[in-house]
Ligand binder design. Structure first.
Ligand code: NAD
Length: 425
């Protein structure tokens, strides 16, 4: 199907809730789902708002607001990140919790979607203050979280150390060590090997599958990656190792380009040394905007959201886009890519390696048995290929985009679970 060229431009940025609801409607249009179930999925189950009193290092008290949104738990406990960011708000948490529901379902993980956070700039807090804030936040959320209820994970502004404090606070109050209450912990207290690199790794695995689907040869595939951070660098290095040619990568300050392929292990990523990418001695420097418009086989936006828009989508020269970041493509850009027959492999599938290895971590915690890195890699590959297979089948069966195919797979699983369980009372 070739969609009509969209006329609305430049596009307004959609909120996370608007995007999640729009995708729900699009998927529902292809399925015979009870309208009552679709209506239920337009809303969260509950949203918790808590006040967190914090004693600052100077002895004064300050109040912070925290949220936790639960979207749907028909397939299992709620799962999703906790972010510390000044822009955190209720609506964003609800929208992102809906995304998590679709992401868990497309991966067939036994989880539903959640998201939460605290309205705070973590850079304004000392380490001690961040620890006190985290412990009190864990205590305020304690009634609604737990390994069988809701399992938070790191997100923007939070990290394995935050999860360690969170798990410790919960465990102390419950009177038993409960590693399964959060994922993304340090391995020494029940975190999983391979967790941090898993979203980038899954982007690499899915890119390789998509290249194969279109009968391209990975050895002859050129790739440009925007954002050489956790997701971008791990995706780039995985694909480099499998034979693809990574011709451009970038950080916030700019991009580097070598038409013969960069040595991705020689370029330091954002974690190793921030700012080293644009400072690397490569044959050519580009802007981030130029990177997005390079004539490559695969473009992987892996930095931030809303970088492919109505303003630049017509100038994109890549033959395929694989979303490493969450929400890098606006809906107007999506329509333009559809009309130009440029496949866009969606974020909820491509970067779902993170939540998948979180699931492995939860299994390891519940069973009190750690897996080797080899096992994590093997099982991640299996799960990614299984999800890719389900989305491919849907893509082949229906005249839809890859994004629609992924949402159809997710919605079908959620709707069937609702049908099977029924409505109580
Ligand atoms: P990161 O902080 O490790 O790296 C981000 C990279 O993008 C850095 O190289 C940074 O310099 C660059 N960057 C930042 N702003 C930019 C801009 N305006 N233009 C160009 N480059 C810019 O972040 P990450 O963890 O790799 O996350 C990247 C994206 O992937 C985000 O959208 C995030 O939500 C998503 N994501 C992350 C994970 C995860 O577990 N890390 C999982 C799923 C999705």
């Amino acid at each position: 199907m070739t969609a009509a060229e969209p006329t609305t431009e430049p596009d307004e940025e959609e909120s996370a809730v608007e995007t999640a609801r729009r995708q729900l409607e699009r998927a529902a249009a292809h399925l015979d789902v009870d309208e009552g179930i679709v209506e239920r999925l337009r809303h969260p189950t509950s949203v918790y708002r808590v006040t967190i009193p914090l004693e600052r290092d100077d002895g004064t008290r300050e109040m912070f607001t925290g949220y936790r949104a639960h979207h749907d738990s028909v397939r299992g406990p709620y799962k999703g990140g906790l972010r510390y960011h000044p822009a955190v708000n209720e609506e964003e948490c609800v929208g992102l919790s809906m995304w998590m529901t679709w992401k868990c379902a497309v991966m067939d993980l036994p989880f539903g979607g959640a998201k939460g956070g605290v309205v705070v700039d973590p850079k304004d807090l000392s380490t001690d203050e961040k620890e006190r804030l985290t412990r009190r936040f864990a205590e305020e959320l304690r009634p609604v979280i737990g390994p069988m209820k809701d399992i938070p994970a790191p997100d923007m502004g939070t990290d394995p150390e935050t999860m360690a404090w969170f798990m410790d606070a919960y465990s102390m109050q419950e009177g038993e060590t409960t590693p399964g209450v959060v994922t993304g912990k340090p391995p020494v207290i029940g975190g999983s090997q391979g967790r941090e690199k898993s979203p980038g790794r899954s982007v690499g695995i899915i890119t390789a599958e998509a290249v194969d689907y279109y009968d391209w040869d990975l050895d002859e595939t050129t790739v440009a990656v925007q954002g050489f951070g956790s997701v971008g660098a791990n995706a780039a290095r995985y694909l480099d190792e499998r034979g693809a040619s990574i011709v451009a990568v970038s950080d916030i300050d700019g991009a580097i380009y070598d038409p013969d392929g960069l040595d991705t292990n020689d370029v330091e990523d954002h974690d190793e040394t921030p700012g080293m990418v644009s400072g690397y001695n490569a044959p050519q420097s580009l802007t981030n905007e130029e990177l997005l418009e390079l004539d490559v086989d695969v473009l992987i936006p892996a930095a931030i959201g809303n970088v492919l828009t109505g303003d630049n989508a017509r100038n994109v020269n890549a033959d395929m886009i694989v979303e490493g970041a969450n929400g890098p493509t606006t809906s107007t850009a999506d329509q333009i890519f559809e009309s130009r027959d440029i496949p866009v492999i969606p974020d909820i599938l491509a970067n779902a390696g993170g939540v998948t290895v979180s699931y492995f971590e939860w299994l390891q915690d519940i069973n009190r048995r750690a897996w080797s890195l080899e096992r994590v890699h093997e099982e991640l590959e299996t799960e990614m290929l299984r999800a890719w297979g389900a989305v491919c089948d849907e893509y082949g069966r229906n005249d839809v985009t890859w994004r629609d195919a992924a949402y159809i797979v997710a919605l079908q699983r959620i709707a069937e679970a609702h049908e099977a369980r029924g409505l109580w009372p």
